[in-house]
Design a protein around this ligand. Structure first.
Ligand code: CTP
Length: 409
């Protein structure tokens, strides 16, 4: 992950059952390219061993402010002067209460207080029982820690180790990694609302059968995520895919082209950018059968009459919302040949400022692709890379083009 690659992260564990998730979190941060130094409170060592965390981080763990390994015996200073970020996960109610008051009676709270605030942000991933989370004291502490400049993440909802159910679970490790990536990503789309359509549509023939296509939705999901990392407020209108909703993104699931059209039209009214990655079915059957079409030995092969679906992108780009106030529309042209020419033609015929060309069959379902960006300035090529990397480059391109577009629109 580009924004985390090469970053030095101090991963602090305070006491709580969610410490078991810290092992996976450490692994994911390292996989994303970070260098991780683990620091544990005495309570955390009751839940998971320093041996486990050392093996995963490939660094000896610090758990005491009296650790004589630091030649100057100032681990709290040494560990934070080179760090790019301190992440406390899990952050217990007790640990946050301590931080709030600037108490520093163990190595982890000491280094949180001693870190250079400007260059080393503090991210807290709370984890506790639902009553503890809802307690006014905890909520007061969270608000104040936020006010003091810490990034206090939300909590998950669901079953808790104590057997109760509610708010207070630590976020899943992949969600915390996304939040860390967001801290490091420049907020080039802050204040903007981005709408993304993704995946295939499904056009019913009868209640059990239908027509769809091979779009996996991966590019659209990666774009929604990249826009959120860049500070945008993101809505994702998705056709049927099996992908997890990206962190921070509001997702609306739809099935048919008509449903996607209605959802996109409604959200486009409040958006500044619309990125249409969906592979919308161009046709649907005029009349889907109400009941399952039965096959008997002598029944004729069914025939279907097709009618054209609306062109969602063209209608949104030419609609009242786009004309009344600027809406920067981006299309994705899935071609099988003459990508540059087809992409330019589609850009002009749909009336959008930016059309992205790609070879459909060379990317459906895969994790990488190459793209051709065609706008009024010219053409630029994004060489083969993962869809996450391409999404980040495309979002950077959009963020750069947006101010001039908004000025002239
Ligand atoms: N699109 C859309 N609604 C449709 C068809 C396409 O919004 N009914 C959008 C897609 O989301 C994409 C762009 O238009 O952003 C180009 O889609 P593509 O399938 O490449 O082209 P089509 O317009 O369908 O033309 P053709 O199938 O003839 O290539």
């Amino acid at each position: 992950m580009k924004s985390i690659l090469g970053k030095k992260i101090v991963l602090g564990l305070s006491g709580g059952i969610a410490c078991y998730k810290a092992a996976e979190l450490c692994r994911l941060l390292i996989k994303a390219g970070a260098e991780v130094q683990v620091v544990m409170t005495e309570a955390a060592t009751q839940f998971i061993t320093p041996v486990t965390m050392q093996a995963l981080s490939n660094q000896t763990v610090f758990a005491s402010q009296w650790d004589a390994r630091a030649p100057n015996n100032m681990a709290h200073i040494n560990l934070t002067r080179q760090a790019d970020l301190v992440l406390v996960a899990p952050a217990s109610a007790d640990f946050m209460a301590k931080l709030l008051h600037g108490q520093a009676d163990d190595l982890l709270s000491l280094l949180c207080l001693a870190r250079p605030m400007e260059s080393c942000p503090l991210v807290l991933a709370p984890a506790m029982n639902r009553e503890m989370w809802q307690h006014p004291a905890t909520q007061r502490n969270v608000a104040q820690l936020h006010e003091d400049g810490s990034w206090v993440l939300g909590v998950g909802v669901g079953e808790q180790a104590c057997g109760e159910s509610g708010d207070g679970r630590m976020l899943e490790p992949w969600e915390i990694v996304q939040e860390v990536a967001r801290v490091f990503t420049p907020k080039t789309l802050l204040g903007h609302r981005v709408l993304v359509s993704a995946g295939p549509t499904f056009e019913a023939l009868d209640p059990v059968r239908g027509i769809t296509n091979r779009s996996s939705g991966k590019m659209g999901y990666a774009l929604a995520s990249a826009a959120w990392l860049s500070g945008a407020d993101v809505t994702l209108v998705s056709g049927p895919v099996g992908l997890e909703c990206p962190r921070g993104v509001k997702r609306v699931m739809v099935e048919s082209a008509l449903e996607m059209h209605a959802a996109v039209e409604s959200f486009a009214k409040q958006s500044d950018v619309f990125i249409a990655t969906a592979a919308v079915a161009d046709w649907r059957v005029k009349q889907a059968a109400v009941n399952k079409i039965k096959k008997t030995k002598d029944s004729p092969t069914p025939g279907f009459e097709f009618i054209q679906n609306p062109d969602i992108l063209a209608s949104v780009a030419g609609g009242p919302r786009a004309q009344a106030r600027a809406l920067y529309c981006v299309g994705f042209a899935a071609e099988t040949q003459d990508v540059a020419q087809q992409t330019q033609e589609k850009r002009l015929s749909k009336g959008v400022p930016l059309m992205v060309g790609n070879l459909g069959p060379a990317t459906f379902g895969l994790d990488d692709n190459e793209l051709l960006l065609v706008d009024e300035v010219g053409t630029s090529h994004l060489p083969r890379a993962s869809k996450e990397e391409l999404a980040q480059s495309l979002i950077a391109h959009i963020a750069k083009s947006l101010p001039a577009f908004l000025r002239t629109a």
